[in-house]
Write a protein that binds this ligand. Sequence first.
Ligand code: PLP
Length: 284
Amino acid sequence: MSRIAYVNGAYVPHDMAFVHIDDRGYQFADGVYEVVSVIGGKMIDEEPHLDRLWRSMGELRMTEPVTRSALKLISKQLVQKNRLKNALLYIQVSRGVAKRDHAFPQGDLRSSLVMTCRRFDFGAVRERAKTGIKVSSQPDIRWGRCDIKATALLPNVLAKQAAKEAGAFEAILVDADGNVTEGSSTSVWMVDKNGTLVTRPLKDNILPGITRATLIELAEKHQIRIEERAFSIEEAKASEEMFLTSATSCAMPIVELDGSAISNGKPGSVATKLVELYWDFAGK
Ligand code: PLP
């Protein structure tokens, strides 16, 4: 069965799915997106993902391509048409098609909506969490509005590639003060000497991760202390545990940073507990 995509009002075979060359998403990365995980047929955290999409569009003054309820319907139909139970749903909205000019086009421009859905092996993610992953620190050279989930991801791409070439699974971004911001496509956490979970507070320098918010709720429910504060890459290296979160990595222990083991180089007990709590939540 061929994959089906959704492009501006039509369901089309994936290899026939095209956007116009004058689309501002293509020319200026003038677009926003979301990635929603579908686990066992259930869309995980769909509402908060849509809240964030609408916020991103609002911050960039884009017109909504369809209503929120229509988007939910398309999401559901796309998963069904692709006959998927475990998948990643990709939603992208760009400002639309217009003559190339940096400033916003005049008048009402119809935004473009592209959605795809692909099979994703969450079993492999869960398996990977048993051994944990290696990460590599990279300078955070992104713009000043990382709170917007924009398609302009070139600095993230370069950081991830550098991490990959260093034999790591993810890049941990470090700001000019030597503090960890987040991963190239993940939120980053550590556990300090007192067993407190630490993650960077939400400002315009990081994305408000949906999995991050879910994990905070789960941790609070289970009396795990959390502190939202900046922490340096050196503090992270000397921490008891590290892990990351995202829709695709769920909760994932980190066992090595820049070639140095975190604690004993095995997933820590707090991270392991949170991985379990996350899977209980996702599996319900
Ligand atoms: N930070 C960045 C820069 C991201 O791109 C992502 C996800 O793509 C995340 C954090 C994690 O966000 P979420 O948990 O909503 O997937």
